[in-house]
Write a protein of this length. Sequence first.
Length: 114
Amino acid sequence: VQLVESGGGLVQPGGSLRLSCAASGFTFSTYAMSWYRQAPGKERELVARIFSVTGSTNYADSVKGRFTISRDNAKNTVYLQMNSLKPEDTAVYYCRATRVNDYWGQGTQVTVSS
């Protein structure tokens, strides 16, 4: 099983990034997929989730209206489009797959700074 995140980097406030998480080794389409983040000195927190059957989504209040989670089951990939980025969005972003089992990626750093 692998979850490999990519797309992180350094961006100025107000900018955009799109994170990707490529999955392998399990039946991706049947799993709920989530993005979490962890800033230095803080607990890991849920950013966004997309469910497997309905495709419904939910978001942390801090990112509503700015971030969009989506999935492509044909490519076994989940995305996080992040717009209007703020310095407080700086964190390591992790991909998580949840069903009977629970899998995590290794994380990708996002830094929002001028």
